[in-house]
Every structure is written in C-alpha cells, then in structure tokens.
Write a protein that binds this ligand. Structure first.
Ligand SMILES: [Zn+2]
Ligand SMILES: [Zn+2]
Length: 146
C-alpha cells in the first residue's frame, strides 16, 4: 500500500505505467495535499498554473489510471463533483454539507457491520461510513453571525 509519494511512484513503475510529467504532478499534488479530497477540477486548476499543456481531460484520464492501480480512491459527493482521496487506509468520512469539506476519521466495529452485510447476502467490495453535517468552522461562523 502506497503511503508516501515515493511508494506511489514505485507502484507506477512496477506496473509499467508510463510516468508522464502530468501523472507525476498529479501524484505530487495528491500527496502534498493529504486529506483534502480535491476534485479533478481543483487538481487541474492548481497544476495548470505550472504546466500549461495540461487539460481537464488529461487529469481525468490520469486519475482513472491511478485509481485502477489502487493509488487513489474516488469519493462520490452527492450534488457535487467526484472527489479524490489518496488516504488508502481504511477510514470513514465526515462530510460538511455547507462548505463541502471531507474529513477523514477512523472507527472500527467490523464484526457487526460484516454480520449485517452477510445477513443481506450481499458481497461487499467496499464499506465505509459517511456522516453528513456541519464542520467546526461552518458551525462557529454561523454562530458568530447570529
Ligand atoms: Zn464546513
Ligand atoms: Zn478520505
């Protein structure tokens, strides 16, 4: 499991994936913005400042490949763009529905969850908890306005 940029670059190399400048910059961006869960647009707008040959489609295609090799996970955000997560440890998300921030959290009660899934005769590929609400910053900003 690639926890560092160096490891991620190694996985890319081992799988014979071509390490283009774009791909390297996307990985660099993800690993230097850990836990920010950026959208492809955010990655594009940041990287395109330094690399003007980049198009949004290139970013999407590269993210698709990186996902295939397990270097990035997609987070589907209701009512918003797909976000990308390079925290590959098993974790869950707190989603602020006010500012769109996604916060990682760790919690395990695996046995009960597995029982529930097995009872439904469902074969799960992925299971995580998503809690929607208001982050601390949004809550305190709202508090200040009142
Ligand atoms: Zn918020
Ligand atoms: Zn996450």
């Amino acid at each position: 499991m690639a926890a560092t940029l160096k490891e991620a670059l190694e996985v890319v190399k081992q799988n014979g994936l071509k390490m283009s400048v774009q791909r390297k910059m996307i990985l660099e961006y993800l690993y230097s913005h850990k836990n920010t869960h950026p959208s492809a647009e955010e990655i594009f707008s940041e990287i395109s400042k330094k690399l003007n040959i980049l198009s949004p489609a290139t970013v999407y295609n590269n993210l698709k490949h990186l996902k295939q090799y397990g270097l990035v996970k997609e987070v589907y955000y209701q009512g918003g763009a797909t976000r990308y997560d390079n925290n590959l440890e098993k974790h869950h998300h707190l989603i602020c529905t006010h500012c769109g921030k996604i916060i990682d959290f760790y919690y395990s009660e695996p046995m009960k969850l597995q029982e529930v899934i097995q009872n439904e005769m469902f074969s799960a590929d992925e299971a995580y908890i998503e809690i929607r609400g208001k982050c601390q910053q949004c809550a305190s900003r709202d508090g200040a306005e009142n």
